[in-house]
Design a protein around this ligand. Sequence first.
Ligand code: URP
Ligand code: ZN
Ligand code: ZN
Ligand code: ZN
Length: 522
Amino acid sequence: SDQFCDAGVVYGEPACGISSSSSPSKILIKGGTVVNAHKQEVADVYVEDGIIVAVKPNIKVGDHVTVLDATGKFVMPGGIDPHTHLSLEFKSIKAVDDFFTGQAAALAGGTTMHIDFVLPVDGSLTAGFEAYEEKAKKSCMDYGFHMAVTKWDEVVSKEMEIMVKEKGINSFKFFLAYKGAVMISDEILLEGFKKCKSLGALAMVHAENGDAVYEGQKRMIELGITGPEGHALSRPPLLEGEATSRAIRLAGFVNIPLYVVHVMSIDAVEEIARARKAGQRVIGEPIAAGLALDDSGIWDPDFVTAAKQEPALLSFYFVLYVMSPPIRASGHDKALQAALSTGVLQLVGTDHCSFNSTQKALGIDDFQKIPNGVNGIEERMHLVWDIMVESGQISVTDYVRVTSTECARIFNIYPRKGAISPGSDADIIILNPNATVEITARSHHGRSDTNVYEGRRGKGKVEVTIAGGRIVWENDELKVVPGSGKYVELPPFSYLYDGIDKAEAKYLSSLQAPVKRFKSTT
Ligand code: URP
Ligand code: ZN
Ligand code: ZN
Ligand code: ZN
C-alpha cells in the first residue's frame, strides 16, 4: 500500500472496505501555495465529500484519492461573483446565459459561486423569488440571491421580512435609474433603508440619477444622436456621482451600511472615499468591465478603418459595450484600479448580463432600445489577476480578498465560503501564474456570440476548478451537472451591522442636550 502514517492520520481509506476509487469525493491537492486573504503558505489540501478536511504540509493519503499536483501554482478559494443577472429579461429581451450556461462559464473561469439579482414580478417579491427559484433549478454551482425592491406598500414591506426570515436573502437592491421601469423615489429609498435596518439586511444601490438620465436621453434624441454613442453621452459620470452621493448621505441619515454596485466612475469613487474617510460604512463594488475597459478600446483602429467604408459596422461594434452605468473614458479605469488597490473599493463583481449581437443590434438606431449589459462571469478572475496582480497593484492575498473572501464576509457566509480552511466548502481553484489565457468568443463557455474582451491576452490561468468537492474544470474541459448547485441561504446581520446600535444610541443621546436647552428657554 501507499500509506505512510507519520502523524497518525491517513486520509482517504474507506472505513467500511467499500471501494470508492471511481468517486471524485476524495481529493488531495499537493505542494501548492495555499492562499487565503490573511496569509499564504506552502501546504497540501485534503478534501472529502465536498468539505475541506485538512490544510497542512505533507498530508498522507491512502488509495482511492484523486491527487492533483499544484507545485509552483496557487491554490485559492473559488471566486464569488457578487453581481450577476442570469436569465434576466430586459424589456422582454432575454439574456442568453441561464443558470446552467452562465455558471458553467463561471466555473471555467474559476468562479464557484455567484449572487444573482431577483427581480420582482409586477412589484411582487414573492412572485419574483418563485420565478428565480425555478430558473435556478438547473444550477451546476452554488448560488445566492439579492432581491430588488421596485415599489413600496405594506405588502412589499412584509415580503422583505419574509425574504430575510424565511428565504435566505440578506440584501435588497434599489434602482435610482431606469425611470418608468424599476426606478424608485427617494421616499421609497428611505422606507426601504429603514426596513433593511430593522431586518439587518444590506441595502444596495444602482446609483445613477434616473430623472437626469431621462433628460439626457431626450437631449440626445433632439440633437439627432440616436446611435449607440448616445447611450454614454446621455448618462455622464456626474449623474453617477450625484446618485452615489445622495444614496450615501441618505444611508448615513438612516444609519445603515450601504453597498454601491457597479462603481464605474471617478465621480462615484470620490463620494465613497469621502464617506469612508468620515467613518461611514460604505462598500464599493467595481466590476470587471470597469477595471478592464475604457471607451477608447471600443474604437479599435482596425475596426474603425473597416467602418469608414461601412458606418453601420461601427455602431454595431459600439452597441456591444452598452451597459449602465456606461463604460467610461480612459482614466476612470485606472482610478477604479487604484481605489481597489487602496481599499476604497472592496470587492469585484461583473454585472454579467450577456446578450448576443442580434439582440444588441435591436437598438442600433435607437440607443434606448439596446439591451444593457456585458459579459464577465467567466473572465473576472483572469482579468483581476492580470490587471491587478500581474501589474503589481495588489498582492496575491489581496486577490483572494477582492475576488472571494470579502464577498463571503459581506454576505455573511464566511468562512464556509471564501477560505481554504478545514470545515470550509471545497470550492477551490488552482491558478498557474506562468500560463497565459486568451479571451475570445470562439473558446468562451457562455452562450453569447461576442465577448467584450475579444482578443485580450493575459497572464495567470485557472487550470483546475473544484466546486462542491468535485473537479469540474481540468485540462480545458468542463464536467458539469445540471442540478448539482446548491442554494446558499445568506443570513442577516453581517459584520457590517456590528456596532450600528451603539452608534445609534450615541446619536440619540446627542439629541438630548439641544432638546434640554430648547426646553429651558421656553
Ligand atoms: O447594464 C446593466 N448593468 N444591466 C444589468 C442591470 C443593472 O443595472 O445592473
Ligand atoms: Zn492503500
Ligand atoms: Zn444596476
Ligand atoms: Zn446589475
